[in-house]
Every structure is written in C-alpha cells, then in structure tokens.
Design a protein around this ligand. Structure first.
Ligand SMILES: Cc1cc2nc3c(=O)[nH]c(=O)nc-3n(C[C@H](O)[C@H](O)[C@H](O)COP(=O)(O)OP(=O)(O)OC[C@H]3O[C@@H](n4cnc5c(N)ncnc54)[C@H](O)[C@@H]3O)c2cc1C
Length: 323
C-alpha cells in the first residue's frame, strides 16, 4: 500500500478533504473505496496495517471471493483498491474531533485533518494476552471467534473459557463442530437459556469455578489447557482454546466529547450508520454489533459512504424502486 507516513513534530498545514475516515480496516477501507468512487476527496488516517483486528488475524478463510490468507493481506488489498480510485491513506493516530464551521477537524498525530464529513471506523481493542502460552499460540489454536475459526476444529477437542452470553453462544456453535467442548467457567455457572442448553449438551463438559492457568503447546499448535479448580490443578488435552474472558472495547476515545458512547462503551447509530452528530458516521467493530466479521464491517463501510455522499451533496435518503 502506498501509505503516506507524514512527518511528525512541528506544526503542519491542515489537510482538507470531503470525508476523513478514521481507521483503515475492512470498514474504513471499504468506506474509502465507495466514497472515492463517488468522486469525493477522501483521506483515511490509520495507525498501521497490522494495528486492527483484521490486521492482527492469522489466516482468514471466510472473506468472500478470496482464498484463505493472512488478515493483513486482506487489509492491504482493500486499501490498494481504495487507493486506485484516489483515496489517500495516512499513517497516524486520531486524537480528537472538533466541530468547525462547515464540518469537522480531526486532530491527529500528523496534525489537523479537515472535512465536511467524518466516518469513524476505529474498531475495538481486546484485552492483552495474560495467560501463559496465550500470546505464543494465538492464531495457532488460540482464538476468540468460533464463527471465524470453529471449522478448523471439526471433530477435535476444544476448550471455551468465559462466562458471558457470547461465550455460551460460541460454545453452542462449537458443540456442533467439535468432538468435545471443555467449558471452563470462572465462577458459578450463569443462568440463561444458552447456559441451560450447554449444560445438558452431550458434547459439552462444564467446569464451573475453574480458572485457566496456562495454555500448553508448541510449534504444532495447542496440546492442552491447565486449569485450577476446587480440586487443585489438572490438564485437559485440547486442540483449540476459545477465550471470552473480557469483552473487546470499541475505540471511541478520540470522538469524545463531540460524540460520547453510552455507559456500555457503545456508539449509537441510526439508519445509514449516522450518529447523533449530523455528518459523523460510524461503522464496523466500533459499533457493538452482535456479529463481528470482516465482511459485515466492509458492508457497513460501503453503506455509510453511500449515505455520507448523499448527505454531503444535500440529497435525501434512498428511495428503493421496489417499493
Ligand atoms: C483474533 C480475531 C480473529 C478474527 N478472525 C476473523 C475471521 O476469520 N473472519 C472474519 O470475517 N472476521 C474475523 N475477525 C473479526 C474481524 O477482524 C473484525 O470484525 C473486523 O476486522 C472489523 O473491522 P473494522 O474495520 O471495524 O476494525 P479493525 O479491523 O479493527 O480496523 C480498525 C482500524 O482502525 C485503526 N485505528 C484504531 N484506532 C485508531 C486511531 N485512534 N487513529 C487511527 N486509526 C485507528 C486500526 O489501526 C485499524 O486498522 C477476527 C477478529 C479477531 C480479534
């Protein structure tokens, strides 16, 4: 990608565009593609090719139309496609957002970016790897997305660690695919329909009041998990470990106080991904959408760019001809 790393240090002249997109993952890059093809001047500011969720993903096997390939390669291809239509990518970090006459200033590590419209596509951050073996085996058996990686463990043994609703739903999906699911629950088993279905599932073995102490493996992948429970420590042989220990948090700090997330950390958007501030749109994992997948983030980016173009050029919303 012909990404421009603008020199830092010292004041820079503001860069102006029709739309500034913050975040160049699948959501932001696809928004850039659609906005640039609509003949808008587009600047994307992004922290780096491998700074986002897709950019940090190992092999992605479910992005439509592409063979299994590393996440950063998909991000690179999306950015290159947008660049071919004139979108400009800058490597930097958004630090703040300010309204100004006729639009907004996005304050970044590179200086000020001015635009009439802003699309927030900064994704979400996860917890730092904390369990011994987790960082080393991430992408080689350690995952936090059953939709993404579950099919790699068809007919094999996996562990699911967590006690959120997401953990329960993901464990149910894995129970269809895997030979056995070791359900490691730090604390008592939660109540709720998913959890009731799990505890009676023939392929699920619940381990309430157990914590994950280590993930064991080597170059070939995960071999076992070490748990600590009321009876002491023990090892369970598994090939995959799905961690749902702490939810991912949307990256919204740079939007505040112009746009404040709710108490759950989530931004609210209306139809067309418009936020409460006219001219500011938000797409991808920065929203707390239930299903977090690259293709869904990309689709949201496409729609937000279409709506932003309509808004910028003073046209009304879509009028489908099939009504
Ligand atoms: C471990 C893992 C595996 C996954 N596997 C799959 C899979 O196999 N298939 C699938 O479809 N989905 C998968 N996903 C989900 C998918 O990666 C996300 O749903 C998707 O990447 C969301 O796209 P996004 O553009 O909203 O966010 P991201 O991909 O996270 O991109 C956000 C971008 O914003 C940038 N950014 C953040 N803050 C700032 C800032 N302040 N200033 C400038 N730039 C900023 C980051 O650098 C990043 O490039 C996986 C996710 C994880 C965590």
């Amino acid at each position: 990608v012909g990404t421009v790393a603008v020199r830092t240090g010292g004041p820079q002249a503001p860069i102006s565009a029709d739309v500034v997109i913050v975040g160049g993952g699948p959501a932001g890059s696809t928004a850039a593609l659609y906005a640039a093809r609509a003949d808008l001047q587009v600047v994307v500011v992004d922290r780096g090719l491998d700074a986002g969720a897709l950019g940090q993903t190992g092999i992605v096997a479910n992005f439509p139309g592409l063979p299994p390939m590393p996440g950063p390669e998909i991000v690179r291809a999306l950015r290159q496609q947008a660049e071919r239509f004139g979108a400009r990518f800058l490597t930097g970090q958004a630090l703040g957002l300010q309204p100004r006459e006729g639009g907004f200033s996005v304050l970044t590590s590179l200086g000020e970016l001015r635009a009439r419209g802003v699309i927030a596509a900064t994704g979400a951050t996860g917890r730092a790897p904390a369990v011994p073996g987790e960082a080393e085996l991430l992408g080689r058996g350690v995952s936090s997305c059953a939709t993404c990686d579950g099919p790699f463990f068809r007919g094999r043994r996996v562990a699911v660690v967590g006690r959120t609703e997401e953990a329960a739903e993901e464990a149910l999906l894995l129970a269809h695919l895997a030979e056995a699911v070791e359900l490691v629950v730090p604390g008592d088993l939660p109540v709720g329909p998913h959890w009731q279905a799990l505890v009676v599932h023939p392929r699920v073995r619940p381990h309430p009041r157990h914590s994950l102490k280590a993930i064991l493996g080597d170059g070939a992948g995960v071999r076992a998990v070490r748990l600590r429970g009321p009876g002491g420590e023990r090892e369970l042989p598994v090939h995959g470990v799905f961690l749902y220990l702490q939810g991912r948090r949307p990256v919204t700090d740079w939007l505040q106080p112009v746009l404040a997330p709710g108490p759950d950390g989530c931004l609210a958007v209306g139809p067309g991904y418009g936020t409460a501030v006219p001219g500011v749109f938000a797409v991808g994992d920065v929203l707390c959408t239930e299903v977090k997948q690259a293709v869904i983030a990309a689709a949201q980016g496409a729609e937000a760019a279409i709506q932003a173009e309509r808004w910028l050029r003073g046209r009304s919303g879509p009028r489908p001809d099939w009504r």
